[in-house]
Design a protein around this ligand. Sequence first.
Ligand code: SF4
Length: 371
Amino acid sequence: LGMPDVPTKLTDRRKSRQIHVGPVAVGGDAPVSVQSMTTTRTADIGSTLQQIAELTASGCQIVRVACPTQEDADALPTIARKSQIPVIADIHFQPKYVFAAIDAGCAAVRVNPGNIKQFDDKVREIAQAASAAGTPIRIGVNAGSLDKRLLKKYGKATPEALVESALWECSLFEEHGFRDIKISVKHNDPVVMINAYRQLAAQCDYPLHLGVTEAGPAFQGTIKSSVAFGALLAEGIGDTIRVSLSAPPAEECKVGISILESLGLRQRRLEIVSCPSCGRAQVDVYKLADEVTAGLDGMEVPLRVAVMGCVVNGPGEAREADLGVASGNGKGQIFVKGEVIKTVPESKIVETLIEEAMKIAEQMEKDGVAS
Ligand code: SF4
């Protein structure tokens, strides 16, 4: 009997139209990209650009900035010009800031036309201006700010209500021939959110931006977003993601990137395979894993490093990895590509692993393996 085929990917991506947020392709066959949002006052150009630089360094590909005041709108040209990654201006209610953001060269604008429908001709003007500038629009429906009419109809922010709201918002632009759109339908409950995106995915071909809104502090938010994005991405749904955490935005990007890596939607960079430790452990596995992780932080090559507490599973896992250690008797057997290259005292395990990792990384970079 032959071995069953091991699936290398979960499913095909949903077919969506493609838009471009600056140089980043979104939807279609483009890879899923990671977004975040600044927490600075946008008008404070220096701090905002500083935070965008930190986000860029953490792997963020698209950044959103809030634009609630004229001072914020005035800051957009400089921010859009100096940011290393495309900037989306986030605007509620005021059409004049939408025009300002388009003129400022923002890569996209998040605006819900339903908010500005009372100025009906403004929706047409926005569609025309965005079209002329090639600026896409993200329509972002949030449970917390759902249209009153739909709240009344559905009683609360159900998946159906979120989807109806999003498609209605889209129709306001479609009336003017504008379809350069991506959509989000965020909710703080992953179950509602997953169902909303599933329904939305079936009813339109716009690219979708995934988000669990108000997901909470780092731990809870990470779990909620991972579960919700994992379910949807595994079904091929989702073109950009934003993990919302009550934590610094660079943390959001790290979580987002890890989610994509875990699902095989992005090549892994550093991966630490460490055992959970148990009564057999002969070293402090947590400390060892933390120290190795810290020592190799920022490594760009897809390196798999095994940190194992004893010789039961240790050698096996360590052999499967690019590099590893299996500990025992106050010593560490260091493996490189399956071969024991040396045995070092416990106190030298971390520095030896880091030293060997650097050598492998250098070789990988020479061989062009870097992600
Ligand atoms: Fe326990 Fe050893 Fe397995 Fe770690 S590798 S969990 S110490 S048996």
